[in-house]
Every structure is written in C-alpha cells, then in structure tokens.
Design a protein around this ligand. Structure first.
Ligand SMILES: Cc1ncc(COP(=O)(O)O)c(C=O)c1O
Length: 385
C-alpha cells in the first residue's frame, strides 16, 4: 500500500460538505429534511448572466485565456473597487481565479514557508485551517468574544505574534458570526500588523451582503492593496454563482505575479465563458436577493432567540450585520454540546452545522439561505430539543 503524506492525513476539508452528503444520503432513504448547513444562496443565477455565457460559448469563446484572467474582467473589477473601496488598483494587481477559496491557498503559498504561522480568528471558515495544514503552515487560533462583537482582545492578539507570523486571515462580514469589523477596529489591528510587517488576507466574499445600517469596511483602503493587504473575493455569494467557480483577487503586484504563476502551474486559467459571465454580473447589484437575505436574517434571529432562548438577559443570537448565517449559543439553555444539539436537530429533520467545525464549542450555525416558510418551520422544530 502506498503511504500518504502527513499533511493529507490531517486534512479536514470543509465539513459542511460532509454534513450535506450525510443529509442527502438520509434523503435518499426517504427522510424529509430542512437544510440550513451549506452557505449557498437559494436564488438562481440571473438570466442576463446565463445568456451572456451561452452566447459566449456559441461564439467559440472556449479557448485558454491569459492565466491572470481576461483584461475586460480585471478592468471591470478595478472599476468596482474604486466605487466600493475608494481606490482603483492597477490592472497588474488583479488575478481572476476559479472561486475565492483557492485565492487563500495561493496567497498562503506565496507568503509562507512550512513551519511559518498564520493568525486566524475563531470562529473561522474551516478552509483557513485546512489549507494551512495542507501547506505545512501552523494555524494560530485567536479567540474572539461575543461581548466585543466577536473581536479578539488586542492584548490576546498581539501576544500570539511571533517571528514566524507571516499573515492574518480576517473575514468580514464573518462566516459564521455575521459580524462586520468597523474602521476603528481595523485601524487598531492594522497598526499592530504594520509594526510586525504581517500581511492581511482579507476575505471579503460577503462584502455585498450587508444589512440595514451595517457598513462594510475593507482594510484595503489603508494601503490600496499595494503593501500588505490581499483582498479575497468571488461571485459565489453576491451573485448566486456558487457552481460557476469564479473569483477576483486583488493584492500587491509582486504577490499577484507569483500567485498568477502558481495558478498557471496548477490549473492554467479560468474558462473564458465563465469570465464573460463575471463581466456581465458586475453590471448589476442583486438588490432583491440582498433585501430578502436582510429580511430573513431578522426573521431567523428573532425566532432563534425565542426558541433557543435568552439567558440572564443575554440573547443566544446577535443580529448579523451581513453574510448568510445566524450564529447562536445553545449551551446556556440546553446544556448540550454543539454536536449533540445538531444531532438532535437532525433527528427532528433540521440540518445545522456545529460550532466545532468553526473551531468553537457551544455555538451552532444556521444558514438562512432557505425560504421564509422553511426558516419558520425549521426553527419551530428546534423547540422540541
Ligand atoms: C468566508 C468564506 N470565504 C470563502 C469562501 C469560498 O467561496 P468560493 O465559492 O468563492 O470559493 C466561502 C464559502 O463558503 C466562505 O464562506
């Protein structure tokens, strides 16, 4: 038998996909389930995007492209960055990739050697840790606190920095907490990171999905992505394009050059007709989908706080500023671990993701990318736990 590497033996992947596979197996056996596990908009990709793609295929736009992406898509992304983040990157600072996830891998590969350390706030999107493990990088987990709106204590954060720290990965709006880091919070962090010359990988895939008065802030506005900020972004969430696999990364030119070379080495380029779909998508803001998610975020949070309950005036679930998730504490009113809570929920026909997947016990994540009717029905079922 061949022997596999240590890094793949410790690989955990994205456990939400494994939960989905288990749920689908139960469905094949005849179970009826309400899905709240995978972070995927329940909206269809809009028609103009599909038409553009089909027409592009019919025009034989089906060959390799430059490995950094089509000029027109990169130019459109630069123009959007000017509107949304207040600076226009040089076109050489932009790389088109198949989805956002791989941008983290490419960025980590270009920044770190095996044995280096990367700071990750918990709860975290599980890919961050899995990718570090795959690359032989040490993920250093920084605890955050609900009472500080899921920010770390500054002293905690600084005490984790060593000579080996090469980057921090920050995700705002955050999967799973839904919290947005504001300008003040980012300024404090940025000053520390500047002192130690640490890169910021800023995962902004939910930047367009913000609710109410919540204001998205990107740390890229500190350095225009010229020094130490790498913006990870993609079309999956904002444009309901999860299966298309398309993303755009912005960073310092030298870093983007190396990321491009690495992408060229392992996957050549993104299909041209998919990139054309991206150019079309960037012409619109999916206002009705965003409004619907805003509505559901309040609906689900209110219901969870009624159902899972409040504890000494502390509500189980804070209202998310953005994203697709409610992140709620089950420990105070149920005395269950997050896995036990999710197991009991599954017995009742509700699929959730335990907090341990995101590196934190006591919490559970509910993705509200499901109909209002299913949100009401599903959360009502949780009353029985
Ligand atoms: C925080 C975060 N970053 C990145 C991704 C990956 O997105 P993509 O589908 O663009 O690879 C996800 C997907 O769930 C996510 O939640």
């Amino acid at each position: 038998m061949i022997k596999l590497s240590k890094s793949v033996q410790n690989l955990k992947g994205q456990p939400m996909f494994q939960i989905l596979a288990k749920a689908q197996e139960l469905e094949r056996q005849g179970r009826k389930l309400i899905h709240f596990e995978l972070g995927e908009p329940d909206f269809n990709t809009s028609l103009p995007i599909k038409i553009q793609t089909i027409s592009s295929i019919l025009k034989n736009d089906t060959k390799y492209t430059s490995s950094s992406g089509l000029h027109d898509l990169k130019a459109a992304a630069c123009a959007i960055t000017l509107k949304s983040r207040g600076f226009e990157p040089d076109i050489n600072q932009v790389l088109v990739t198949p989805g956002a996830n791989i941008q983290i891998y490419l960025a980590l590969s270009c920044l770190c050697n095996p044995g280096d350390e990367v700071l990750i706030f918990a709860p975290y999107f599980p890919s961050y840790v899995s990718q570090c493990v795959a690359l032989g990088i040490k993920p250093i987990i920084v605890e955050t606190h609900k009472c500080f709106n899921f920010n770390p204590l500054q002293s905690d954060f600084e005490s984790k920095i060593t000579k080996k720290t090469k980057a921090v990965i920050i995700n705002s709006p955050c999967n799973p907490t839904g919290y947005i880091l504001n300008k003040f919070e980012y300024t404090n962090l940025y000053n520390i990171l500047n002192k130690y010359n640490i890169a910021i990988i800023s995962d902004e895939v939910y930047a367009r999905l913000t609710f109410g008065d919540s204001k998205f802030f990107s740390p890229s506005s500190f350095d225009s992505c010229k020094e130490k900020v790498i913006v990870v972004n993609g079309f999956s969430k904002s444009y309901a394009m999860t299966g298309w696999r398309l993303g755009v990364c912005t960073g310092p030119q030298k870093m983007i050059e190396k990321m491009t070379l690495l992408q060229e080495t392992i996957l050549s380029c993104v299909p041209p007709f998919i990139q054309r779909a991206g150019i079309e998508a960037l012409k619109y803001r999916n206002e009705s989908m965003i409004n619907e998610f805003a509505y559901r975020s309040v609906l689900a949070t209110d219901l969870l706080n009624k159902t899972v309950g409040c504890w000494r005036g502390d509500i189980s679930c804070l209202y998310p500023d953005g994203g697709l998730y409610c992140w709620f504490d089950v420990s105070k009113t149920t005395n269950l671990t997050s896995q036990q809570f999710c197991d009991e929920a599954l017995d009742l026909g509700v699929v959730l993701t335990p907090g341990t997947v995101f590196g934190v016990e006591n919490y559970v994540r509910l993705c509200f990318a499901n109909s209002r009717e299913n949100i009401v029905k599903g959360i009502k079922l949780l009353e029985r736990i």
